[in-house]
Design a protein around this ligand. Structure first.
Ligand SMILES: NC(=O)c1ccc[n+]([C@@H]2O[C@H](COP(=O)([O-])OP(=O)(O)OC[C@H]3O[C@@H](n4cnc5c(N)ncnc54)[C@H](OP(=O)(O)O)[C@@H]3O)[C@@H](O)[C@H]2O)c1
Length: 320
């Protein structure tokens, strides 16, 4: 099969188009013919082996999985004899955070991994796009912050993949949303549900007089220290990037009552139930895809270069 092979850690040039053996499903696995994958900042980190913890987890000298790529959408082409949740021909979407593999024509995945049937009202590209940011935003907003109707949330980095689906999920949970983005993305975030917008290029959102039950820094550009004055008495500051500052503040604020700082690594904590829930929201039209650019598999390195600019809006999708 055709695949984009990661030949070592490094620049996008380590991604080389080539041939790999088509995988065979084990008893509990699906063989999925991949139609779409996504490129995320995490994919770039896996490719670079930076931060160093990536190398500790996935191979010191080169990635132990030659085909990277986590999110996918595609068709079930074969199943192992023990598979019960899916049948041949099902259109599915999901994540392969432990074994990767979506940058190739086929991947095998155990059925207990985060996989769901793809809603019929979206394309494979749209499903994979929604899967990327919404799985992260769901765990932060629903499970960590326990966002409630009537609460006010501020989302920094609102035009990125995590931010744009965080806006949509926060509206679903009945919150009022203030989105922080550049002026160029003001209309985009309003279109997806933001009630208020702060342009970070002309004003400092940490100086706002508004107070928020939740401050979600989806892009990881702020600190708890600068944001804690924005929080209500028991407010929660959420951060997607594991900086030393958030780790220390998380430990410190966990000791007492009042304001909290929280980081979560969502990728390895996804379950089929989360994907099924998100699929229901897609079917209901509550979650809508935001696709900035589409590339073919052979142009994956270009897609990685674009994602690394840090300027993408929503998602970058690979169509296979
Ligand atoms: N903890 C976890 O489990 C987890 C899971 C997934 C992702 N992440 C991390 O979450 C972060 C966000 O991922 P993502 O895919 O949403 O990123 P992304 O889509 O690449 O973010 C790009 C967006 O951020 C905006 N932006 C850049 N600088 C900004 C600033 N200073 N203030 C506000 N907005 C700014 C850009 O808009 P402009 O061009 O207009 O500036 C652009 O639209 C990444 O670091 C990723 O690694 C963590």
């Amino acid at each position: 099969m055709k695949a984009m092979l990661c030949t070592g850690y490094g620049s996008p040039d380590v991604l080389q188009f080539g041939e790999a053996s088509k995988p065979t499903p084990k008893a509990n696995e699906l063989l999925i013919k991949v139609q779409a994958a996504s490129v995320t900042p995490s994919d770039c980190a896996f490719r670079k082996g930076d931060p160093f913890v990536v190398k500790l987890m996935y191979g010191l000298r080169k990635p132990k999985f030659a085909i990277l790529g986590v999110e996918f959408a595609g068709t079930v082409e074969a199943i192992g004899p023990a598979v019960q949740r899916f049948k041949v021909g099902d259109q599915v979407f999901g994540m392969s955070p432990k074994t990767f593999g979506s940058y190739g024509e086929y991947l095998c995945l155990a059925e207990d991994q985060p996989i769901a049937k793809q809603p019929s009202n979206v394309s494979a590209a749209e499903a994979v796009a929604i899967c990327d940011g919404s799985t992260t935003a769901l765990l932060f907003l629903r499970d960590v912050a326990k966002l409630q109707a009537g609460q006010h949330i501020l989302i920094n980095g609102a035009s990125g993949a995590v931010g744009i689906y965080a806006i949509q999920l926060a509206k679903y949970y009945g919150a009022t949303v203030t989105a922080v983005c550049s002026a160029a993305n003001r209309e985009l975030v309003k279109q997806y549900g933001a009630d208020h917008v702060i342009d970070y290029t002309s004003s400092d959102f940490t100086q706002s007089q508004q107070r928020y039950a939740v401050v979600f820094d989806a892009i990881g550009k702020s600190t708890y220290g600068h944001c804690k004055r924005l929080l209500t008495a028991n407010g929660i500051y959420l951060m997607t990037v594991p900086t030393l500052s958030i780790v220390l503040n998380m430990a410190w604020t966990s000791l007492g009552k009042g304001k909290k700082a929280k980081f979560a690594a969502t990728g390895l904590n996804q379950k089929p139930a989360n994907l099924n829930f998100l699929a229901e929201l897609i079917t209901a039209g509550t979650l809508k895809a935001v696709i900035d650019r589409r590339y073919c598999l052979a142009d994956l390195a270009e897609a990685h270069r674009y994602v690394e600019t840090g300027r993408k809006k929503g998602n970058v999708v690979i169509e296979i």
